[in-house]
Write a new protein. Structure first.
Length: 253
């Protein structure tokens, strides 16, 4: 059988070795899983009853988080679209622009949002605006790479057909490739939107506002019944965005 070839056995041994090494480095002991019950007891005893009286305040903070995530991801999409055409081999006008754009997108993608967030909070002060910029810059790198790969995988037949009837290069690119990849672009965008909501929570820990900042404050004040309400609201936000994204994708496709 193919799985018993020597190279696959070596791959398996390598994976086992790396797993064993990673468990040692991270201090994972399987006996520690016996303590998981303590976490369950902590949640059941300290998170309930949920502090529903804070619902209006948590809802308002949720809207701030939603706005931060939407603006950061949406502006990133608008900027990543033209950059992705420059970062795709089949649409880039010159190898220099191709290489420069790919390196720039990789650079933006390699810096976590929390690092951008710390820089902007120090430079611009506390509030949601630094969080928007942090999410935007990182997602330009992510969406630019993902969309450029979609462009490179697109069928070139429609583009060639438009060229034969006299369409300019960029007109043929725009109207032959973009309709092909648009449903997948939306899928990537809504996924990054969901990720941006979770990221904005972390940015709230460093002063980015929204429900993340409330969650941080409630944890530090040991107000766990309020923490439970924060977590429920976060779950509701992510689930709502997932349903909206599915609805939009079905309409487009």
């Amino acid at each position: 059988m193919i799985w018993f070839k020597p190279k696959y056995v070596l791959y398996l041994l390598a994976i086992i070795l790396i797993t064993w090494w990673s468990m040692n480095v991270t201090g994972i002991d399987l006996r520690n899983f016996a303590q998981i019950g303590n976490a369950i007891d902590f949640v059941m005893n300290r998170f309930f009853p949920i502090e529903w009286s804070l619902f209006p305040r948590v809802l308002q903070a949720s809207f701030v988080t939603l706005a931060v995530a939407f603006l950061g991801a949406f502006i990133a999409l608008l900027l990543a679209l033209p950059l992705s055409f420059m970062a795709a081999r089949n649409t880039s006008s010159h190898s220099f622009f191709y290489g420069f754009t790919r390196i720039s997108l990789s650079g933006l993608r390699s810096v976590p949002e929390i690092v951008f967030g710390i820089i902007f909070v120090v430079a611009l002060g506390l509030g949601p605006f630094p969080a928007v910029l942090a999410i935007m810059l990182h997602n330009i790198g992510v969406l630019g790479k993902l969309i450029s790969e979609l462009i490179e995988a697109a069928d070139l037949g429609p583009q060639e057909a438009m060229k034969t009837v006299g369409a300019t290069r960029w007109v043929s690119v725009l109207f032959s490739i973009l309709p092909q990849i648009w449903p997948n672009v939306l899928s990537h965008y809504f996924y990054r939107f969901e990720v941006a909501i979770r990221t904005s929570l972390i940015l709230g820990f460093i002063g980015g506002g929204g429900i993340g900042q409330l969650l941080f404050n409630h944890f530090h004040s040991f107000y766990y019944t309020a923490v439970a309400l924060d977590i429920l609201m976060i779950m509701a936000l992510v689930i709502a965005i997932d349903f909206i994204g599915s609805f939009v994708r079905k309409r487009v496709i």
